[in-house]
Design a protein around this ligand. Structure first.
Ligand SMILES: NC(=O)c1ccc[n+]([C@@H]2O[C@H](COP(=O)([O-])OP(=O)(O)OC[C@H]3O[C@@H](n4cnc5c(N)ncnc54)[C@H](OP(=O)(O)O)[C@@H]3O)[C@@H](O)[C@H]2O)c1
Length: 316
């Protein structure tokens, strides 16, 4: 298949490029060209800012693809998604949109399945993702474009642009304590980036996925405290957790893992309908991510812990 990926050079989209090449597809990426060194040989780059709709129209005027994967969040509004679909109208076989589990109303009881009502619990991000999903669904309803929506949550793995698992690696390899926000009991779910990329590569062109949305993430549910305990176990470092009482100053705990609700999603639909299931357990995925972290020498990077030290002095 000929596949065009919007993005391609950072994290999820970079891993998708690799998964598609492994599966023997022809791949082109559309981005602003800030990381040409990340584009593998044989992959064509279309340099364009997706927010500039006029330029997008000119750049993609003759493009024809079997599959389009809209991944990057630029931040991407519904109008940006519409502009992309307009430009490629009639020249795409199957269009896949990377949304987020954060479209669901997180005030509702867990777990969230694909029929859970969507709302603006997560603010502008949810608004943009819901609008992007709707732009895709509208093309499907009104023009018969085959579309699929993917809703991941807390993606982790090599090259992660969110400082989540690496935040804890950084502290544990240096023998530092980990501050815990409150009791650390909010539930979280993580998905390995290679599993997500492989899932999307598998879905492309699959008629069963047309017109559907799928939660795509790992199978294990873990509390905030349990996540750190698992990381310490996996990387074989002693752990000192320092609980911080609620109501104090913000507690640093990964890049986006501090929030006061559960985040738990069912993956029954993608398993039952498409037979897609993750290859990594959370432990094996974290072990693989830690190997990458060490290989990159990230355990030797300079980090300023002074603010965290001040907080530690307050709470111990
Ligand atoms: N990470 C998670 O835990 C998570 C969870 C749920 C959903 N998601 C969603 O997953 C998607 C992927 O996120 P990611 O962080 O892995 O990033 P990514 O898509 O792998 O990387 C961003 C890519 O987009 C390109 N880009 C950025 N701004 C652009 C623009 N204005 N026009 C054209 N290209 C542009 C970048 O290249 P240039 O800079 O060269 O343009 C880069 O190739 C996002 O939609 C995010 O909302 C992520």
């Amino acid at each position: 298949m000929r596949v065009l990926i919007v993005g391609g050079t950072e994290f999820i989209s970079f891993h998708l490029v690799r998964a598609l090449l492994r599966a023997g597809h022809e791949v082109a990426v559309l981005n602003r060209g800030r990381h040409p060194e990340r584009v593998p040989a044989g992959v064509r780059t279309v340099v364009c800012d997706r927010k500039e709709h006029g330029a997008l129209g000119r750049t993609l005027a003759t493009e024809r693809v079997d599959a389009l994967v809209d991944i990057t969040y630029a931040p991407t509004t519904g109008q940006d998604v519409d502009a992309l679909l307009d430009v490629l109208d009639g020249r795409v076989g199957h269009a896949l949109f990377v949304s987020s589990g954060r479209v669901y109303d997180h005030a509702l009881p867990i777990p969230f399945d694909e029929a859970t009502p969507r709302n603006l619990y997560w603010g502008d991000y949810a608004r943009d993702k819901i609008a992007g999903e709707e732009a895709f669904f509208r093309r499907h309803r009104e023009r018969g474009l085959p579309v699929t929506i993917v809703r991941p949550t807390h993606v982790y793995g090599p090259l992660n642009t969110r400082n989540n698992e690496t935040f804890f690696f950084d502290r544990l390899v240096r023998g530092r304590p980990i501050l815990l926000p409150g009791p650390g009991g909010w539930l979280r779910q993580f998905g390995h980036v290679e599993d997500l990329a492989d899932s999307m590569a598998t879905m492309l062109g699959d008629r069963r996925a047309f017109g559907q949305a799928y939660n795509v993430t790992g199978e294990e549910i873990v509390s905030q405290a349990g996540f750190v305990e698992l990381i310490a176990d996996v990387i074989k470092r002693p752990l000192a957790l320092v609980p911080c009482p609620p109501g104090g100053p913000p507690v640093p705990f990964g890049q986006n893992l501090v929030y006061d609700c559960h985040a738990v999603y069912t993956t029954t639909k993608v398993r039952a309908e498409l037979g897609i299931r993750p290859r990594y357990t959370l432990a094996s995925g974290l072990a693989q991510s830690f190997e990458w972290y060490l290989r990159e020498g990230l355990d030797r990077r300079e980090i300023d812990f002074s603010a965290e030290d001040a907080l530690l002095r307050r709470v111990t």
